[in-house]
Design a protein around this ligand. Structure first.
Ligand code: PGA
Length: 260
């Protein structure tokens, strides 16, 4: 399996932003600007309430729908939670799992994230498993240790024969929403570490095919350099994904020497 197999995934994480009506116009505008690219995948993760109404416009544009979170149980007395079967019913092909805001604001543990990943895989929804170190961890030289811990717990007990059902997002916490991006070299170093870990955990061919996204202040003016890195297979974009023109430019990153 060669790296050409990894179709770049350009993902918008709207977090708790935009109304449904704004979402509908965003999709129309984005589609006008980028069409339905064949060589890269466009994904939007809107708030839960938007999933159903955005399902059709997203499908018509050829974009992939994702949820920002999920619960691992199939059903039950879990007020405020949404199951993977419910998400699949709204047309979600992907779900973001373990975003640092879930970890650090809402106290999600590594073990919960592992359960969500396993549940998503068993329901046929592709988990985008987010990992990333805090600034004090990076400064203390603990980046790899933190990533290893998050990967071990986040992927506990899962097996994979093919790479398609799993996406990893490396998002250094200190780069999220701060305007401070990891340099392309820092990001590449972390992505290469993750891919090596995946090769040990699964096998080399599977690891080569798993898409690893970078997230943390990705903008139109830094996306080209990030996407030029050999192990960066896409972006998970927050702030710069809230405006169609800005996200369109990110989707249309220029390939400098690397073909998708
Ligand atoms: P940001 O967010 O692009 O606003 O830094 C990225 C993310 O949280 O996924």
């Amino acid at each position: 399996m060669s790296i050409e197999v990894r179709r770049p995934l350009m993902a918008a994480n709207w977090k708790m932003h935009l109304s449904i009506a704004e979402g509908v116009s965003f999709i129309a505008k984005l589609h006008e600007l980028v069409g339905t690219p064949r060589d890269r995948e466009v994904l939007i993760a809107p708030p839960y309430t938007h999933l159903w109404p955005l399902r059709e416009p997203m499908a018509a544009a050829g974009f992939s729908l994702a949820a920002q979170n999920c619960h691992w149980e199939a059903q039950g007395a879990y007020t405020g939670e949404v199951s993977l079967a419910m998400l699949a019913e709204t047309g979600c092909r992907y779900v973001i799992v373990g975003h640092s805001e879930r970890r650090h604001i809402f106290g999600e543990s590594d073990a919960w994230i592992g359960r969500k990943t396993a549940a998503a895989l068993s329901r046929g929804v592709v988990p985008i498993v987010c990992i990333g170190e805090k600034i004090e961890e990076r400064e203390a030289g603990l980046t790899e240790q933190v990533l290893r811990r998050q990967l071990t717990a986040g992927l506990e007990g899962i097996s994979l024969d093919t790479p398609e059902p799993l996406v990893i997002a490396y998002e250094p916490v200190w780069a999220i929403g701060t305007g401070r991006t990891a340099t392309p070299n820092q990001a590449q170093e972390a992505h290469a570490f993750v891919r090596e870990w995946l090769a040990d955990r699964f096998d080399k061919a599977v690891a080569k095919g798993i898409r690893i996204l970078y997230g943390g202040s990705v903008k139109p003016d830094n996306v080209d350099d990030l996407m030029a890195q050999p192990d960066i297979d896409g972006a998970l974009v927050g702030g710069a994904s809230l405006e169609a023109a800005s996200f369109a430019r990110i989707v249309q990153y220029q390939r400098s020497g690397k073909s998708p």
